[in-house]
Structure formats: C-alpha cells, structure tokens
Design a binder for this molecule. Structure first.
Ligand code: C2E
Ligand code: CA
Ligand code: CA
Ligand code: CA
Length: 277
C-alpha cells in the first residue's frame, strides 16, 4: 500500500487545480491519509428478513483524521473519484476486507463481506486479478465476498462493465447492484447483468409509512427486482413500520439503523455473536 497516492494520481483531473482551496487541501490530506493508513473499514450488518439473522456486513470506508475526527465517505469519495485516488483506496479496501474475512474465519465467525466498487475501479483491467490475488493470499472462498456496484456506474461503458462483472461472477464472487431504482437503466440491460442481488435505494424506503404513492413506487421497484429473479435487499431501514412493510413486500435482506449502524470490525464480531438466532 506504500505506493498508493503516488504522483501518478496527483492531477488525474486537471480541473482539480481550479477547485476551491479547501478541496485541494483535503486532497493533499487524503493522499497522506492513504499513506499513513488512516483509513478504516466499518461494517454494517445485513439481515436475513425471514429469520432476522445476520448474513454478512457491508464494508464502509471511514477516514480517521487526526484533527477533523471521523470524516464521512460522502465528503471524500467524490474527491477521491475526481482525483483518481479512488484506485489506491479501492485496492486498500479489497486487501483490508480480505484480511478481515480471514480474521473472522480464524475466529470461527461465519461472515460475508460486501465491498463497494467505484466506476473507476470497474475500468481497471486488473480489477478481477487483484481481487483474486487478495482472496488467494488470505485463502478466502470467493463466495464470501460480494461486490456492490451502483446501477449508475454499471451504465458507464456498458460492454466493458458487463465483461468485468462476468469475470468476477465466474470467479464465484457475489454481485450486488447498489442504489437500485435510481439509475433508470433498461430492463434488458438489468437482465444482462450477472447480478445476484439488487439493493433498493434508501430513497424508496424513506417515505414508506407516510406516503401512499411512495409505497406504490417502492412496491413496484421491489417487484421489478423480484421479477428479474434476483435477491432483494433494502437499505436505510430506520423504523419498525418500514421494516414491516418491506417484509410484506418480500424483501430477502434488510439493512439500516433499525438493526445496527456501521461499526468497527471488533464491535461487529461482538454484535454478531450476541445476535445469532
Ligand atoms: P452506500 O453504498 O449506498 O452505503 C449506504 C450508506 O447509507 C452508508 O453511508 C451507511 O452508513 C448509510 N446508512 C445505512 N443505514 C442507514 C440508515 O438506516 N439511515 C441512514 N440515514 N443512512 C444509513 P456512508 O457510510 O456514509 O457511505 C456513503 C457512501 O460512500 C456509500 O453509499 C458508498 O457509495 C460510498 N462508499 C463507502 N465506502 C466505500 C468504499 O469502500 N468504496 C467506494 N467506492 N465507495 C464507498
Ligand atoms: Ca453500498
Ligand atoms: Ca446503497
Ligand atoms: Ca444509497
């Protein structure tokens, strides 16, 4: 990871130089953060709707900044994407999640991990090889890893994306289409993606209890996902009411603050052993 953040990525996008000074400063610090290992993965449980059991966890980046505290990915992922720094960061995520899978396996904790892949990573020709190599190094069954790809990023350079996803799928890695329903992709295209699960975007979950139209739209999106014969996950579940409605709709898995917020790997291991059955 030491080569990460090298000059090669310095000004991936020349327009960065004209950005506001605080963005340039943030980019400088982010590059340093990658080198100094200030990034962490936190984990949010994914819950099997019929049984309430934990099926795995989504790895979410956190930047443990020495003076700013925990910096949210919402504020640095876009910057990382514009600057190209997402490539070394993404590699670190793949490595760290694989390492964590190994730790949990050695502790006898059955846990899958889902990582988020950015559109830039999908365009790296060596993505599948890097993932394969990380899994091999830590002797991890590829079926324990899920790659989440947003519907929008799966629509960029469609042919190349489908090829990469097919390669990952052939390796036994699970694929999830994230933020499903927000990308307006065609049914034919969605069908052609080798996805195992579709993850209904939080925006469809938000007004489930209060708005009849929102409920109809959400039900239609869930039914669409089910019609495509994929597992359906709902994200951003915060209330018992949303939980009940999404179960009625037939969602397979649920994720959200109602069950647990993202937490450190150590806290997740405790949470998982306290919440079995
Ligand atoms: P996402 O993949 O859609 O992740 C879900 C986000 O919703 C996470 O925000 C999570 O903490 C938050 N969330 C989960 N449950 C609830 C809930 O019940 N209510 C509310 N209000 N929010 C909930 P987070 O961790 O801030 O991440 C934001 C985004 O940053 C992610 O959205 C993802 O697009 C991106 N991101 C995070 N980690 C990575 C990464 O390792 N690689 C890449 N490329 N992107 C990442
Ligand atoms: Ca995600
Ligand atoms: Ca999502
Ligand atoms: Ca989302």
């Amino acid at each position: 990871a030491k080569a990460a953040g090298g000059a090669r990525y310095a000004f991936f996008d020349a327009s960065m130089t004209k950005g506001p000074p605080d963005q340039i400063e943030l980019l400088r610090e982010l590059r340093l953060a990658v080198e100094l290992n200030q990034l962490e993965l936190h984990y949010q449980p994914k819950i099997h709707a019929p049984t309430g059991e934990i099926t795995g966890a989504e790895a979410l980046l956190r930047w443990n900044h020495p003076t700013r505290g925990m910096v949210s990915p919402a504020s640095f992922i876009p910057l990382a994407e514009r600057s190209g720094l997402i490539i070394p960061i993404g590699r670190w995520v793949i490595e760290d999640a694989s390492r964590q899978l190994r730790i949990w396996r050695d502790q006898g904790i059955r846990m899958r991990i889902a990582i988020n892949l950015s559109v830039h990573q999908l365009r790296q020709p060596d993505l599948a090889d890097r993932i394969a190599s990380a899994l091999r190094t830590h002797q991890i069954n590829p079926e324990l890893l899920t790659c989440e790809v947003t519907e929008t990023s799966a629509m960029v350079d469609v042919d190349a994306t489908v090829r990469v996803l097919q390669k990952l799928h052939a390796m036994g890695i699970q694929l999830s289409i994230d933020d499903f329903g927000t990308g307006h992709s065609s049914l034919a295209y969605l069908r052609s993606l080798p996805a195992d699960e579709l993850k209904i975007d939080r925006s469809f979950v938000l007004d489930l209890e209060t708005n009849e139209d929102a409920r109809k739209v959400a039900r239609a999106v869930v039914n669409l996902a089910k019609a495509l014969d994929r597992k359906v996950v709902a994200e951003g579940v915060e209330t018992e009411g949303q939980n009940r409605i999404l179960r009625e709709f037939g969602c397979d898995q649920l994720q959200g603050y109602l069950f647990a917020k993202p937490m450190s790997a150590k806290a997740l291991a405790l949470w998982a052993t306290d919440n079995v059955g």
